[in-house]
Design a protein around this ligand. Structure first.
Ligand code: ATP
Ligand code: MG
Length: 461
């Protein structure tokens, strides 16, 4: 069906008329029916138009539909002010202080409505000393709203009533040609908002479309401008990359553009750990797969994976110096989190879950007595187990451990009892001090130290 839809979209020659400075592309030419627009968005555009306002579906949704993809969400742009939108829909609320938007609720669906904005003229604009725009919230008209958007493909307006697309910047042709092109002068636009460089990489990777040469060219020279962007915003964008469902392609694109070096501490962590790279790429691939199957993924799980080999390194060092494994793990976790906190802006609220996942890894080694039963009852057992499987797949721990837990979880009581390892084996291990020989091996892999965990290594937290 998608194929048929794609064909219908791409076979037709572009047939346009102009209204003002916009090219208007008819349904006959583009083939995107309003049937593809969500129920809530149709209600919003209908409601606003009935009240005498302009209202269009805009941005990523129009682009995605033209590319034959199912949009993640639908944004609406209108000439009504937030207060006016609020008056049209009873179940709505204004959000944001500086950049006000309206959320209109239809059952489960929340439709985001924004008022047309304009780019502030250079002389009036508030920028930092590098030209980054600090303010961008003046209302404007539809044409001005198109001009302030980042890429031509993101600046298309779709009217569900007439099924026409309004295009001010050649975004329709670009999208048909699978090209992501920045609007205006790339140097100016990246200076205004350096995050657009990351968006260029993420969107081209996610959509599988090419970055226009002039759009790509200045990125290598301008990437240092990202240093001036607030950490929280960068982290947001990096998370979007990692959770885009195409994180592996995003990372590959970043590498190809030589953007990975010093771009962001978080990405450096990902890309510059030779030992952890395999594990991390597996974690990202796994995340992409989960997303493609509509499963949930948690940022904490991803952060835990990104930092795992650092934790492991710090832990091994301590164990080698004679530290007790559990205590050493707590110290290692705190050390890595404290170090990363300075650079990565990982929110504190993620710490507890990350630690739980890491601590569980020690407990998976203990397969005697009541311990495996207690571990199964952990609310985050599933996340811990998924993490263990990644470690197995990356060759860090023996597959047998993952297989054991895979079976144990769903086994009958009798089978579970059979599977348990004798207490004695664990006891022996507990008394054994970390051996020098094993410690010497640790540079070639962390498995040895994990295998040495005592049977009693219960997390103290
Ligand atoms: P996605 O499918 O990942 O949501 P998107 O293009 O919809 O992609 P959003 O972050 O949801 O991305 O942004 C919605 C729209 O807002 C974009 O399509 C674009 O028109 C505009 N936009 C977003 N970020 C910027 C930016 N940094 N500069 C200019 N315009 C932007
Ligand atoms: Mg979007």
């Amino acid at each position: 069906m998608i194929k048929k839809f794609l064909k219908s979209v791409f076979r037709k020659p572009i047939k346009t008329k102009s209204i003002g400075n916009a090219q208007v592309i008819s349904f006959k030419a583009h083939g995107v029916s309003s049937d593809h627009i969500s129920y809530g968005s149709l209600k919003v555009t209908d409601g606003l138009q009935a009240a005498g306002y302009q209202a269009y579906v805009v941005g990523g949704a129009v682009r995605d539909l033209l590319l034959g993809r199912i949009p993640k969400d639908f944004d609406i742009a209108t000439d009504a002010t937030p207060e006016e939108v609020r008056k049209v829909f009873r179940r709505s609320r204004i959000i944001g202080r500086r950049f006000q938007l309206v959320h209109v609720m239809f059952g489960e669906e929340v439709v985001e409505v924004s008022t047309f904005r304009r780019m502030i003229e250079a002389e009036d604009a508030q920028t930092d000393e590098h030209g980054r725009l600090l303010r961008d919230n003046e209302f404007g008209d539809m044409e001005q709203d198109a001009a302030r958007r980042d890429f031509t493909a993101n600046a298309l307006f779709y009217d569900p009533t007439t099924q026409e697309i309004f295009d001010y910047h050649g975004g329709y042709a670009d999208t048909r040609n699978h090209l992501l092109r920045i609007i205006g002068d790339p140097l100016v636009r990246y200076r205004e908002d350096p995050v657009r460089m990351l968006r260029a990489v993420r969107l081209s990777a996610k959509l599988g479309i090419k970055l226009d040469a002039a759009t790509a060219a200045p990125i290598a020279e301008m990437k240092n401008l990202l240093d001036n962007v607030p950490q929280a915003r960068l982290l947001d964008e990096v998370l979007k990359m990692l959770l885009s469902g195409h994180s592996v392609e995003c990372i590959q694109h970043l590498r190809k553009m030589n953007l990975h070096h010093g771009l962001l501490p978080l990405l450096d962590v990902i890309l510059e750990q030779p030992m952890g790279e395999k594990f991390i790429m597996l974690a990202l691939r796994n995340t992409d797969e989960r997303l493609s199957q509509d499963k949930t993924v948690s940022p904490a799980f991803l952060f835990a994976a990104l930092l795992w080999h650092e934790v492991l390194g710090a832990w091994n060092l301590r164990v080698k110096q004679g530290g007790r494994p559990v205590g050493a793990m707590h110290e290692a976790m705190d050390e890595v989190l404290a170090r990363q906190k300075k650079q990565l802006a990982i929110p504190h609220r993620q710490d507890a879950v990350m630690k739980e996942i890491w601590l569980m890894q020690q407990r998976f080694e203990q397969r005697s007595g009541q311990r495996p039963y207690r571990l199964l009852e952990q609310p985050r057992f599933r996340a811990g187990f998924d993490f263990l499987l990644l470690r197995c797949a990356s060759g860090e721990v023996d597959d047998a451990l993952g297989l054991w837990w895979d079976e144990f979880q769903d086994a009958s009581e009798e089978r579970r009892a059979e599977m348990l390892q004798p207490e004695g084996a664990g006891e022996k291990k507990r008394r054994r001090k970390p051996r020098k020989k094993k410690a010497a091996n640790e540079t070639s892999g962390e498995k040895s130290a994990v295998d040495e965990l005592p049977a009693t290594s219960e997390p103290s937290a």
